[in-house]
Design a protein around this ligand. Structure first.
Ligand SMILES: Cc1cc2nc3c(=O)[nH]c(=O)nc-3n(C[C@H](O)[C@H](O)[C@H](O)COP(=O)(O)OP(=O)(O)OC[C@H]3O[C@@H](n4cnc5c(N)ncnc54)[C@H](O)[C@@H]3O)c2cc1C
Length: 590
């Protein structure tokens, strides 16, 4: 079975769980409902009809590498070209450079659909979009005039190059060199590893965004600069001309996303690649953070995307596969496995986790939009803090559940999930990388605890906790028996989170190791509280919409999440506040 874009669910989550509709009422957006629906419908059709059928082909064919050239899987170039020609690459890019200037939140919904259809296809454009943002915000007028329109149209793709063998999570350890040339450009020498779409035949130029160090740079992240390094230098007419001194040396053989070429890149075989400085010397990390924040949300969306696909496939299989019988049925009557409570438990878990992660990612995108588009400066500043707070949660929780849901998808298929024919195994393999790239999930948790909780002296997270309490109060006020114990369980979850937050804020400065040890369980508890409350908001909104046939289903998912999944927060928070002492010292591992 291939993916079908769940456009109605996506639109509802965007409008109500992520509060796009409320932001529009507050004047943040001027996009009417018809246009929003039309964009999502068209994206859904493209993802379902054009990209999804190529997912299996990409997995099986991979990206063979010969004589420095990567050949993309059959059909991918045609699909990419028509995707870009339809304007999808520049959906949220500046209109001045040929983009459509639509909200980041609308693009987020589309990014989910491209990646559900094929994660290996979707990751390439994600990096181009991040590169566009970095260049638009930090590039000189000349660089923007030269490169932005081609990146926005998708005629050229972008890459993001941080990683080196000794510099993974610790970006400050990178050694790639940049030397000033007399003409104001720079000569780049060194190598990078694990570069996504570092080489391919989808476009006739590739624009690399490369972190490197000047000879007189201070050590660590304060001495890193960002350079734009095109694969082909441009001729006088702006067309790709002479080959730059950068090449792919090899392509990795990986667990999943086989259709995405992951390259080792070599700079300076012949004296150094020509690079153009983006932003200021030694201020490259600030520019890269513009790229990384965008890409972190997009990778979170990959987690949602793969979870959605896995859930669709498992649900269909559970309806078709007959095995065992329902309790009380005659011995001869076999039942579809969806009749078994344990299978339905798995399917509800998959659905609940997927929808909660979707809501968190979309809410992050709405916060990003508010930070640029809100009328008042104070609102823009508060939204910036909210986006900063939610980004690591969106990235880590969504990609963790991406793997968990894909694993449950294999489980629902039984033995058929473990063999490759059904496709469930591919989702499981593809999902795993998203927990690692764009900053591992451990690094996201550390970011949340050490940088985001202290924002505004703890006021940013405090304001968020208050909003979650309002959601709990709204469920309680509805007093609807269909919600069961949703209000009570979510209330406990939010208060567990509040307790852990206070505890961590008290430790970060003087006992950082205690705080760091609890960062991962804290992030999970945060997501359970946030996701649970957003699903409750969504269910309440569905009940308010007259004649919404999906309302009972949304209430059921919110209730299941609150009563069966969010309840884990108590144990997680105990691990945060009391568990650090039980982590053995390094010597104890022999
Ligand atoms: C398929 C693929 C595509 C990629 N695409 C790109 C790309 O396009 N561009 C790019 O620049 N990079 C890319 N990467 C690299 C990726 O971002 C890194 O692999 C990732 O950041 C982790 O770095 P590392 O592999 O060196 O792991 P390490 O940094 O060695 O980490 C190993 C483990 O130690 C933990 N750890 C490390 N430091 C700390 C710490 N301070 N505190 C607590 N725990 C810590 C990590 O969480 C992890 O669990 C890609 C990687 C892969 C596999």
């Amino acid at each position: 079975m291939t993916y079908r874009a769940p456009v109605a669910d996506i639109a509802f989550a965007l409008r109500h769980a992520a509060r796009f509709a409320a932001a529009r009422d507050a004047g943040v957006y001027d996009l009417d409902d018809e246009t929003l629906s039309a964009v999502l419908d068209e994206a859904g059709k493209f993802a379902t009809d054009v990209i999804a059928p190529l997912n299996r082909v990409g997995d099986q064919h991979g990206t063979p590498f010969r004589d420095g050239v990567v050949t993309m899987p059959p059909g991918w170039k045609e699909a990419y070209t028509s995707w870009a020609a339809a304007g999808w690459n520049g959906l949220a890019s500046p209109e001045a450079f040929g983009g459509q200037g639509l909200p980041a939140a609308v693009n987020a919904a589309c990014v989910e659909m491209w990646n559900s259809a094929s994660m290996a296809f979707g990751i390439g454009p994600v990096l181009t979009m991040a590169a566009i943002n970095a260049l638009a915000q930090h590039g000189s007028e000349t660089l923007k005039a030269t490169y932005l329109a081609k990146l926005v149209s998708g005629e050229w793709m972008g890459t993001m190059q941080l990683t080196e063998p000794q510099a993974g999570s610790d970006v400050g350890a990178l050694r790639t060199k940049a030397e000033r040339a007399p003409d104001g450009t720079y000569r780049i020498t060194g190598s990078k590893i694990f570069i996504t779409y570092g080489e391919h035949d989808l476009t006739d130029n590739i624009v690399h965004f490369v972190l490197a160090r000047l000879p007189d740079a201070p050590p660590g992240t304060r001495g890193i600069s960002l350079f734009l390094v095109p694969k082909f230098l441009l001729d006088a007419g702006g067309a790709p001309g002479a080959r730059n001194d950068v090449r792919a040396h090899s392509v990795e053989h990986k667990l999943g996303i086989h259709g995405s070429p992951t390259c080792t890149m070599v700079y300076g075989d012949s004296g150094g690649a020509t690079g153009f400085l983006v932003g200021e010397e030694n201020r490259g990390m600030a520019c890269m953070f513009t790229m990384m924040n965008e890409a972190r949300l997009a990778v979170g969306l990959q987690g949602v995307a793969i979870a959605e696909t896995a859930t669709q496939q498992a649900t269909q299989y559970a309806r078709e596969r007959r095995q065992g019988r329902e309790s009380g049925a005659p011995a001869s009557a076999s039942a579809p496995i969806i009749a078994h409570p344990d299978v339905r438990r798995m399917l509800m878990t998959m659905r609940g986790l997927t929808r909660a992660a979707r809501a968190i990612c979309y809410a992050t995108a709405v916060a990003i939009d508010r930070s640029h588009r809100a009328r008042e400066e104070t609102s823009r500043a508060a939204a910036h803090e909210r986006a900063s707070l939610l980004t690591p949660v969106a990235k880590a929780f969504s990609t963790d559940i991406g793997s968990e849901v894909a694993s449950l998808g294999v489980q629902v298929h039984g033995g058929m999930g473990y063999v490759e024919e059904t496709g469930a195994a591919q989702h499981f393999r593809d999902a795993r990388i998203a927990q690692i790239y764009e900053g591992t999930n451990g690094i996201q948790a550390i970011d949340l605890v050490t940088r985001k909780l202290p924002l505004a002296g703890g006021a940013a997270v405090g304001a968020y906790l208050d909003e979650l309490r309002q959601s709990v109060a709204a469920v309680n006020a509805a007093n609807d028996p269909a919600f069961g114990a949703t209000g009570a369980r979510l209330g406990e979850t939010v208060e567990h989170l509040a307790r852990a937050t206070t505890w961590l804020l008290g430790k970060i400065e003087h006992q950082p190791d205690a705080a760091l040890a609890g960062a991962t369980p804290y992030l999970r508890a945060f997501a359970l509280a946030a996701g649970g409350c957003m699903l409750a908001d969504e269910a309440l909104a569905a009940l308010r919409v007259a004649g919404d046939a999906d309302a009972p289903g949304r209430v059921a998912v919110a209730r299941f999440f609150a009563e069966n999944l969010a309840t884990a927060a108590g144990g997680l928070v105990a691990a945060v506040t009391d568990g650090a002492g039980a982590i053995a010292p390094a010597e104890a591992f022999g």
